[in-house]
Design a protein around this ligand. Structure first.
Ligand SMILES: Nc1ncnc2c1ncn2[C@@H]1O[C@H](COP(=O)(O)OP(=O)(O)O)[C@@H](O)[C@H]1O
Ligand SMILES: [Mg+2]
Length: 256
């Protein structure tokens, strides 16, 4: 890799190893992961279940210590968690006892109330929840709760959005709807987006590039460019070809 490419990476994962030591054994999960994420790109990380996708995302966000290697964001070593690195998970993490407005503003404790209200209002509008500011999560549909999660992650104004299987708990229709939504939000905000998923179609619909992981202990097997114009149609030939290519890479890996 050239020096310029290194300097322009938003996130740089270099030679990362991660093992978990339990009472009984040591589990080697990541084994030499290298990955450069470009500024403002939408990068999907796909791989078999249990291969270490969430572990990698947790390492990038500073929630896990590395066994070996380094991770930099904007040229700075990631060493610990930051309030700015908020995840969107499969299982909703919003607080049932807080309103939509207070959930979205949860990470904004440092701001003056006026400034906080302004940020909250901006993201309420961006995710389309106007009129529901005072509602509690129990009054919302699954898709609306997901929108609250997105808004909360966006409100901390981090320039990286971390998505770990964010659509897994939604019904099929809402899932498709939220895919469209995240594509729109990503475009509107210009953030760098890291999406972990085992859903190859989701990755091809959303990502600029798709990193395919091997089984555990995992490396990045291949990184594929996704040149398909947006919005993308899963029935297009190009879409299906890219999907098949990824399944081939995953399939080859499964036969090893
Ligand atoms: N805190 C932990 N302690 C021990 N093992 C862990 C821990 N976190 C994850 N693992 C193990 O690491 C492997 C990868 O897990 P994970 O990153 O969640 O996979 P994925 O997200 O790809 O499904 C699994 O075998 C899991 O059991
Ligand atoms: Mg996972």
């Amino acid at each position: 890799m050239s020096a310029a490419a290194v300097a322009s990476a938003k996130i740089r994962v270099a030679g990362v190893f991660k093992s978990f030591r339990t009472k009984k054994e040591t589990v080697d999960v990541l084994e030499g992961v290298d990955l450069d994420v470009r500024p403002q790109e939408f990068l999907a990380i796909v791989g078999p279940s249990g291969c270490g996708k969430s572990t990698l995302l947790n390492c990038i966000a500073g929630f896990e210590q590395l066994t070996k290697g380094s991770i930099e964001i904007d040229g700075e070593r990631v060493r610990k968690p930051s309030r700015k690195r908020v995840f969107v998970f499969q299982e909703t993490g919003i607080f049932p006892w807080l309103t939509v407005r207070d959930n979205i503003g949860f990470g904004l404790g440092d701001l003056e109330p006026g400034a906080r209200d302004e940020v909250v209002a901006r993201y309420v509008a961006l995710v389309g929840l106007q009129g529901f500011e005072k509602a509690y999560p129990a009054e919302l549909s699954g898709g609306m709760k997901q929108r609250v999660e997105f808004a909360r992650a966006l409100a901390v104004e981090s320039d990286v959005l971390y998505l770990d299987e964010p659509f897994g708990a939604l019904d099929a229709f809402t899932r498709l709807e939220m895919r469209r939504e995240i594509a729109r939000i990503w475009k509107a905000t210009g953030k760098t987006c890291l999406l972990v998923t085992h859903d190859v179609e989701e990755a091809v619909e959303l990502a600029d590039r798709i990193a395919v992981m091997t089984r555990r202990p995992a490396r990045i097997e291949r990184i594929l460019e996704n040149p398909l114009p947006r919005p993308r149609d899963p029935d297009d030939t190009g879409f299906r070809e890219l999907k098949d290519q990824i399944f081939d890479i995953l399939g080859v890996e499964r036969r090893v």
